[in-house]
Design a protein around this ligand. Sequence first.
Ligand code: FAD
Length: 333
Amino acid sequence: RVASAKWLGTRAFSQSTARLATLLLVEHKDAVLSPATLNALTAAGKLSQPVTALVAGSQAKAVAESVAKYEHVSKVLLAEDAAYDHGLPEVYAPLVVATQKQLSAEHVVAAHTAFGKSILPRAAAILDVAQVSDITAVEGSDTFVRPVYAGNAIATVRTKDPIKIVTVRTTAFPAAAIKGEVATVEKAPTADTQSPTAWVGEEVSKSDRPELAGAKIVVSGGRAFKSKENFDMVYKLADALGAAVGASRAAVDAGYCDNSLQVGQTGKIVAPELYVALGISGAIQHLAGMKDSKIIVAVNKDPDCPIFQVADYGLVGDIFKLVPELTEKVAAS
Ligand code: FAD
């Protein structure tokens, strides 16, 4: 939904001076600022000024102080409350709305991560406006570019809503840099933290490898590996390269690896310096998650498979022979 029933008209709205600010929703985990927020901040810097960052959680003070050092941020609002500790969208959304109202913010921005994707649509629903999701460029204060049909078409959309709720594709914007002066940290408005949902627990997979979404090199494996044991080859090559591990959905569905490794339309979107696709056919849903990688290397036994259409370097052959050979050569170099 792009048009809102409550639209007042672009002209009428642009004449108003009241609503000129951007609210950035800050994501963090274990008191560490999420790098994705810094990409969203760069997008926020192209929207209504000033930019105010919203940080919430009982241990979030250090994060607030860290965000305050970045360019574009003119103020940080901190909600120090344990109710926000687990990122429950039902709890966060009223806080986002209360802060948007206090600032009269025209734009509300977050990274297009699981966190941003679950909170902002709820805030948009409360505000009765549409959300513009997964933007890759800012064309104007109401006009954004975003991929559609799994990245096969690029749409330019204009929202007529007075408040623009926007999630940002992190790979499309560089991370914001630290600036000279430090913004002030103030208390965020209070909001209702009562929620029908409660946090019960979480199982977080731990890995010494780089995080998939922000890694410079990603090595991904596909269905061709045939088993969880064989998929070990992907980890070995990744470790030799200092890379993160990814996978196609077929490999995830077959149980060769954890589903947090899935790259693609319904997985993670990555754009590393180097993406190595091993035994992956290159279905459009997979390409949607990796085709913006700087250099793509593919190993596949089928010379006609679609992955070779996007690959910069292609190796036609058997992964069971070529991957151990590659790993050995990389480790020796
Ligand atoms: P296959 O398509 O089976 O390809 C295996 C490849 O390995 C083939 O090209 C074959 O030539 C090659 N091969 C086989 N044996 C060897 C060997 N010994 N040596 C070398 N090469 C070999 N997929 C994703 O990846 N990510 C997504 O997010 C995603 N989202 C989806 C969302 C929707 C709504 C739908 C409908 C599908 C989605 N898919 C997604 C699934 C996608 O359509 C493909 O089915 C999937 O990507 C195929 O995975 P694959 O390339 O590993 O397997």
